[in-house]
Structure formats: structure tokens, C-alpha cells
Design a protein around this ligand. Structure first.
Ligand code: DGJ
Length: 725
């Protein structure tokens, strides 16, 4: 709970396995005292008395760089990475915000537009608001800490209010800053590329500053907006982990500065690169929120907390707690080359195999026979679909399938009617080339008239198609970021206005179609973030559907995001991206480890393969609640090899699903080790078909090695074991 101790002038946020302490120094500077393991009363007393001594040190003599500061400025004598930077009308960038007041609010306030984690009665969330004031400039900084004690999580956000008579330019405003004590510190990040998202990398932090960021206008393939720092040795089960996630789908930033004394300052939030926001008198700027999570007992516990939080407080709407339909998507089956007859055949084959939803991907509108044309013209191409979207949808529904549609709202093709009519609706710099990427330009989503138009035409298409599902794609980074609708001194606001405009359109379409399931997508997983998940309760994980590459992508994605939100499809072999041919069982088990679907021309599959696929589909139907709503435990990493494994455990721990993938043979002479399970009830007996009955503690302490995996020379074998207790 949140406690204010007036005697020590401290704020203490304490919950399950988590504690966060901050204090007001005698000269009203806000100091960070502790984030991490809950402190015993004795340890807390020692920490506070040590801090009180240091806080009294003369700041004119001793640099503030020796202090741990909660929301540091730049320009006095702390020259480490600041949490904010403001430019005042006299040209100075020096600010001084001192503590003014605080409030503890029940639940979580409504911060207006944009993504926000939810708070519900019963989750005991509370929000601490701390007000800092710059007297000279008449500016107020509100620091918000929403504490979810049962999840051990903190959600931070900052608001700057201009109460003066002059405007101020915001050059940087983080959602949170953290001064952590001397390390050794290790940084875990999730870099990637198209078709190779979220490859996990870790390494020790050295003196200097590391910037993890996106300057692309989307959260990006190149780096996922999620990072962890660990202190000392950390494994799935042991060690301290601190995780940070900016909740935005646009330009984000996580900075880690290891100072000369090996203390670590981190900031998280909006990227300051190319950012400037003019704040007029009487106005406020609200940053996106950022998530802070801590685990004192390894990665596993951290991910469990994050997964539960995402499922309970980030996702919302009709589909939040509902099992997701198993879909068949026509993209890899046909690309742009299809007609109604072809689609119906694929859909029928999907239905016969047991699938539940048919998704019509790119190519149904304008004159879109390849990717050079028609984005923006959201009217059906009757040459391909003579009965229109309505006719196709009716036939699909008639088969007993749900119907879904692909859209890419944020884009316009230079070859399109929309571009002809509104050439200034795209982002472009006056007098400069408009650089296409995948032959498309980006619409200026910050402009209300652009969003109104999109809302109108997309509503018409989705209504006509009577959709049950929408795949919202976004296939390029932003360039020539300039808006024809804004004056010169507001151009540095375009990135932020863009992403807020995207959220606005997502929100309006969500409200207009409350029962429709939206899936986010961005050239695969270039916008896999907590912001999108507020509106789209699942995301296409990667365009790479290869079962071996996917092991790594899905494994690494699971550090922050639950398998429920990861779109995972079985595709044909050889794989279109890697040209590799993996057994169907392998491909199916990888897809069954997430939000299962199929993306293949099943009309070309052999009877044998179709029968086998139907078996997996019916098995997934049975295990779906456990995969989608159970607890996920990573057991063995595909990055380490030669075997990868993971486990889903039901909330009451009566059932579990063990997935094992042998990616390489063991080195000659290796005695094959059993797979050690986690998360089971130690005293419960679990039966595993064909293997026997085992006690939970034995499975967790000794492990389990199914017969097919005992030979060290095996490769590309996999298995799924259902534990019933
Ligand atoms: C990129 C997506 O990731 C694919 O799944 C597919 O929808 C294509 N775009 C369509 O252009």
C-alpha cells in the first residue's frame, strides 16, 4: 500500500515482493531511496537514517551526482541523464522543481486519450500523485505512481502544467526516471529485424549511456519497447530483475547510464530525439505511461506478473477473457492472386479441418494486384470479388465460419484515388521527395479530417463485410515527418500527434465494433507493444512462420507478453521465408504454443497432412483455455539449445502442458538430462499418458524425460505432454 511518513518525509509503496521508497530532502528535492526487495523494519530504518544524513549534505559543496534523485533535471550540478529538459522563453534550459505536495488517490485517475492500464475495484490499486513546482517559471510537474500491489507493479506517468504567462518548450519529458545503486548491472534487450523480431541479447553494462529506442514512428522491429536490468547472477528462478516498458507504439526511449561509481540511472518514456512540444500558458502535457516491474526471484516470476497484468489490466473489451478463434488466413496461400472461388475453397478446407474463422488478407480493394497501389481506396475490387465483401462474407458465414478482413488504415499509395484527391494528407516535407517504402506513403494521422475520413470509409467496409475480426496492418516506418496542417514551430510534435491519432482511430473503431476481434500487425511484429494491446487484444508475432525461428521469437516475446496475445500460424513447407521443411507436428506444436491459426493453401495439402492437421486443431480446441489463460513457464531456452521446452499450468495447478522441441542432437557422449518442470503443486500427483504418474515435486526437482527424447542423436523431434493431476 502507499504510505506517507511525515516524520521521515518519505513515501513508501509496499506490496507482494516489492517495495519502492522515495523521500523529500530538507531543501525539498525529491530523492529515490529504494526499488526492489521488501525491506525489513531494521533495514528500512538503516536506509532512512543513511539517507537523512546524505540529504543534509551541502549541495553547493557536494555535487547532486552523489544523490539518488527521483525526477532529475539537468543544468545544476547533476550532469547525468535528465528525466526532462525544458527551454524557457529567455532561452535558458535550467529548471528547478521542488517538492510541493502530494495526494493518494484510490484506483487510477483517467488521464484522457491514449492507452492506459485499467484499474478495477478489488485490485487495491492506488495512485500517488506528487507535485513539484518551479516557482520561477510557474510550472508544475505531477508525478503519478499507480501501484498495483497484487501484481507487484508500478505504472508511472508525468504531467507538466504551465501555470505561467509564457509558453515553454518541452524538449524531453520521461514517464519515469530511476536511480539504482551501484551494480554490477546487466542489460537484457530485445533487438530484431523484419521476420526476426525480439532476439534476446544480454550483457554487462559498462560506464556510459545505452539508448534503446525507436525513431521510426512505430515501436519497431529493431528494438522492442521492453528491457530488463539484472543485478548479479539471474536465472529463471533466482536473482533480481527490474523491467521497464514505455506504453507507446511510437517513438520510445529507455536510457541506461552507468555512472562512474557504477550506480545506474534509467529513464523510460517518450523519445526526446527530434521532439519538442510547445506548451502554452494554461495547458498541460501528459506523457504516455510506463510500466515498472520487479522480481526478486528471477525472470519467471517477473513474466508471470507481467502476463497476468497484461491479461487483466491491459487488454480490455469483449475479447479480453474469451478464447480466441482458430483462424485460417489466405496471405501465404495466395498473396495478391485470388478470386472469390479460390478463397471459398481455402475457407472450406479450413472449415473441414476444424478451423473457426476465415481471414481475407491484403489485396481485396482498389486495384491491388501487388503492393504498389490502392492503399487508401477501401472499396472492394469487384473483379476479384464480384459479390462484394458482403457476398463473400455471407458465403463464409454460411459455411459456419466467422469472417475477418485485413486493413492498413495509416497508409496511402501514390497510385490511388485518395492520393489524387488529397496529396497533402500524407506526411511530407515541403519541396522534398516523398520516399516510398513498399511503394507507400504514411497518412498524417495527427489530422482529425484524415481520421474522420478513415473512420467513415473503414466503417462502411467493415459493416458491409459483417466482420467478426479485423487485422490492422502497418507496413513501414515514418519518413519526411512533417505535417501540412501544422505551423513550423509545431513540426517537432508530429511523431507524437501521429501515434495519438492512431490510438484515436483504433479507439473509435473499437467502440463502433465492440464485438469485433482486432489483431495488431506491423510487417509482422514491428508494433508489438503494450500500447497496441490496449486496443488490439492480439498481435501477429512475425511474418516468419518457420517453426525453428519461431521458437526463439515466441520464447523471447514471452518475457513481457503472454502467449495469448501472440498470433502463431502453421504454414506450408518449404517455408516461404527460410525455405526450410519442418515436420507438420513441429510446426503445429509451435503454433499451438500461442494463439493458433493456419496460413496456407490447404487445398494443396495431401489428405494425410489434412487429417494430421485436423488432429492438432481438435487438440488445440481442447487445450486452448490452458494455453491462452494458464500460466506460462519457460523451461529451456532455444537460444541455448539443443533442446527447448516450456510449460503451461492451469491456475489451480491441476493440469499442465509440456512442450519439448529437440532442435539439435546432443554433443557426443552427453548424458541426456531430464526436463525440469516448474509451477506445479509439489504434493499433487500428475498422470502423463503413456509415461505414468509422477509427484509434482519430483517433476520439478528431478525432472521428466519422455522416451522419444532419450537418445542423444535425435533432432527435430518434438512432443506435447498433458499432465493431469
Ligand atoms: C504484412 C503482414 O505482416 C502480413 O501478414 C500480410 O498481412 C502482409 N503485410 C500483407 O501486405
Amino acid at each position: 500500500m502507499i504510505r506517507h511518513d511525515p516524520r521521515s518525509r518519505t513515501f513508501q509503496l509496499e506490496g507482494q515482493g516489492f517495495s519502492y521508497l522515495l523521500g523529500v530532502s530538507p531543501r525539498k528535492d525529491l530523492h529515490h531511496l529504494h526499488w526492489g526487495v521488501p525491506l525489513s523494519p531494521k533495514a528500512k530504518r538503516a536506509l532512512l537514517s543513511d539517507w537523512e544524513k546524505r540529504a543534509l549534505e551541502d549541495e553547493h559543496h557536494i555535487s547532486r551526482e552523489f544523490q539518488r534523485r527521483e525526477f532529475p533535471d539537468f543544468g545544476h550540478n547533476d550532469l547525468r541523464t535528465p528525466a526532462f529538459l525544458l527551454e524557457h522563453t529567455d532561452g535558458t534550459r535550467v529548471s528547478e522543481f521542488l517538492y510541493d505536495s502530494f495526494k493518494v488517490l484510490p484506483g487510477k485517475p483517467d488521464f484522457g486519450p491514449g492507452p492506459a492500464s485499467r484499474s478495477k475495484t478489488g485490485d487495491q490499486a492506488q495512485t500517488l500523485k506528487i507535485v513539484l513546482v518551479d516557482q520561477l517559471q510557474k510550472l508544475e510537474l505531477d508525478l503519478y505512481y499507480t501501484f498495483y500491489p497484487s501484481y507487484g507493479l508500478l505504472v508511472r506517468r508525468t504531467i507538466l502544467r504551465n501555470q505561467g504567462r509564457k509558453p515553454v518548450d518541452i524538449l524531453k519529458l520521461a514517464s519515469a526516471s530511476l536511480d539504482l545503486p551501484p551494480g554490477p548491472w546487466n542489460l537484457v534487450r530485445f533487438p530484431g529485424k523484419w521476420a526476426g523480431e525480439r532476439q534476446m541479447k544480454d550483457g554487462p553494462l559498462q560506464e556510459g549511456t545505452v539508448r534503446l529506442e525507436s525513431r521510426r514512428g512505430i515501436s519497431s522491429h529493431e528494438m522492442n519497447p521492453f528491457a530488463m536490468v539484472t543485478r548479479g547472477e539471474t536465472s529463471e528462478e533466482k536473482g533480481e530483475v527490474f523491467a521497464l516498458a514505455p506504453v507507446t507504439s511510437g517513438n520510445w526511449l529507455i536510457e541506461a547510464e552507468l555512472f562512474r561509481d557504477r550506480s545506474l540511472r534509467m529513464t523510460v518514456g517518450l523519445n526526446d530525439f527530434g521532439f519538442k512540444w510547445r506548451l502554452e500558458p494554461g495547458k498541460a502535457f501528459v506523457t504516455p505511461e510506463s510500466l515498472l516491474a520487479y522480481s526478486g526471484d528471477g525472470f519467471s516470476n517477473l513474466s508471470l506478473r507481467l502476463h497476468r497484468f497484461v491479461k487483466d489490466r491491459v487488454l480490455g473489451g469483449h475479447w479480453q477473457k474469451r478464447p480466441r478463434p482458430m483462424l485460417i488466413n489466405n496471405w501465404e496461400a495466395t498473396y495478391f492472386k485470388f478470386d472469390q472461388e479460390k478463397l471459398l475453397k481455402i475457407a472450406k478446407a479450413g472449415k473441414d479441418a476444424g478451423l473457426e474463422l476465415f481471414v481475407l488478407d491484403d489485396g481485396w480493394f482498389g486495384k491491388r494486384n501487388d503492393d504498389t497501389t490502392s492503399l487508401g481506396d477501401w472499396t472492394v475490387d469487384r473483379r476479384k470479388l464480384p459479390e462484394g465483401l458482403g457476398g463473400l462474407s455471407e458465403r463464409i458465414h454460411g459455411m459456419g465460419l466467422k469472417f475477418g478482413l485485413w486493413i492498413e488504415p495509416e497508409m496511402v499509395s501514390p497510385k490511388s484515388l485518395l492520393y489524387k484527391k488529397h496529396p497533402d494528407w500524407c506526411l511530407h516535407a515541403p519541396g522534398r521527395v516523398r520516399r516510398g517504402s513498399r511503394s507507400q506513403l504514411v497518412l498524417d494521422m495527427g489530422r482529425p479530417e484524415v481520421r474522420d475520413h478513415l473512420f467513415k470509409v473503414l466503417t462502411a467496409a467493415l459493416e458491409e463485410a459483417k466482420v467478426d475480426y479485423v487485422k490492422w496492418d502497418m507496413n513501414r516506418s515514418l519518413s519526411e515527418v512533417h505535417s501540412a496542417a501544422l505551423p513550423p514551430d509545431r513540426q517537432s510534435e508530429v511523431y507524437f500527434r501521429y501515434v495519438m491519432g492512431v490510438y484515436d482511430l483504433m479507439d473509435r473503431l473499437n467502440r463502433r465494433f465492440p464485438r469485433v476481434l482486432f489483431e495488431g500487425c506491423s510487417g509482422g511484429g514491428a508494433r508489438f507493444d503494450l500500447g497496441v494491446l490496449n486496443y488490439h487484444p492480439q498481435i501477429w508475432t512475425s511474418d516468419n512462420t518457420d517453426g525453428l525461428d519461431r521458437l526463439k521469437i515466441q520464447y523471447a516475446t514471452s518475457f513481457a507478453y503472454p502467449p495469448l496475445v501472440m498470433g502463431a500460424h502453421v504454414s506450408s513447407v518449404p517455408n516461404h521465408f527460410t525455405h526450410r521443411s519442418l515436420p507438420l507436428k513441429w510446426r503445429a506444436l509451435v503454433a499451438m504454443s500461442g494463439n493458433f491459426g493456419v496460413e496456407a493453401d490447404l487445398t494443396k495439402w495431401s489428405k494425410k497432412d489434412l487429417k494430421e492437421l485436423a488432429g492438432y486443431i481438435s487438440l488445440y480446441r481442447e487445450i486452448r483455455p490452458l494455453v491462452q489463460f494458464g500460466d506460462f513457464y519457460r523451461l529451456e531456452s532455444p537460444f541455448a539449445g539443443p533442446r527447448a521446452s516450456w510449460l503451461f499450468v492451469s491456475p489451480e495447478r491441476s493440469q499442465a502442458l509440456l512442450f519439448i522441441f529437440q532442435t539439435e542432437p546432443w554433443k557426443r557422449g552427453t548424458k541426456v538430462p531430464p526436463v525440469r518442470l516448474r509451477g506445479l503443486a509439489p504434493l499433487r500427483h500428475y498422470s502423463i499418458e503413456g509415461a505414468g504418474k509422477f509427484k509434482g515435486d519430483r517433476l520439478m526437482e528431478v525432472g521428466f524425460l519422455p522416451a522419444p527424447f532419450r537418445s542423444p542423436s535425435q533432432k527435430f523431434i518434438c512432443g506435447l505432454y498433458h499432465l493431469k493431476g
